[in-house]
Design a protein around this ligand. Structure first.
Ligand code: AIR
Length: 180
């Protein structure tokens, strides 16, 4: 499962994966690199694959029904255009499915956003913003952290570092404006 151009330039995990990242085509990989990088930074074991709800529907079905028995805990599914991958997967599993709408030239991701987020009642897909694949990784981490205090600690440290960066920006902004 894991090639897509060697994940985020390094490795998808050798450990048993808890997150599965699937995308409709390898052409989605550039937009998904931020997701893979963030999963690596949080030391979350993951796998990566290309599965198309339209071009390989049987494979999508097999993947979705086998993910939970294989030990996967969270699925991240990305696609552009008529982005039905996340929804189809969500229809076949009780695992949480995070959808990443990918932008393309024709409609700039609005098509994928609507296709991913507008699920019928009973079949939710937790949809992040267009191309916001890093947020998909962070949300997956937050779901896993419910039962993993070590990961929760890493998320707390991440949030603290973001807050510090904003305070730093605030300080710099005041210095710049004060010196004008
Ligand atoms: N796609 C593939 N199967 C179903 C969908 N929606 C999407 C991929 C990719 C786009 O179609 O997610 O973003 C174009 O794929 P390709 O392979 O032609 O580059």
């Amino acid at each position: 499962m894991t090639d897509p151009a060697k994940a985020s330039d390094s490795n998808a995990s050798v450990e048993k994966p808890s997150v599965s990242v699937v995308m409709g085509s390898d052409s989605d990989l550039p937009k998904m690199k931020a997701c893979l990088k963030a999963l690596e930074e949080f030391d979350i074991p993951f796998e990566v694959d290309v599965i198309s709800a339209h071009r390989t529907p049987d494979r999508a079905h097999e993947f979705a029904t086998q993910a939970q028995p294989r030990g996967i805990k969270v699925i991240i599914a990305a696609a552009a255009g008529a982005a039905h991958l996340a929804g189809v997967v969500a229809s076949l599993t009780t695992l949480p499915v995070i959808g990443v709408p990918i932008s393309s030239s024709a409609l700039h991701g609005v098509d994928a956003l609507h296709a991913t987020v507008q699920m019928p009642p009973g079949v939710p897909v937790a949809t992040v913003g267009v191309d916001a694949s890093k947020n998909a990784a962070i949300l997956a981490a937050q779901i896993l952290a419910i039962a993993d205090s070590n990961l929760r600690g890493k998320l707390e440290a991440y949030k603290s570092s973001m807050a510090e960066a904003v305070l730093e920006k605030s300080k710099k902004l005041k210095q710049t404006l004060g010196s004008q």
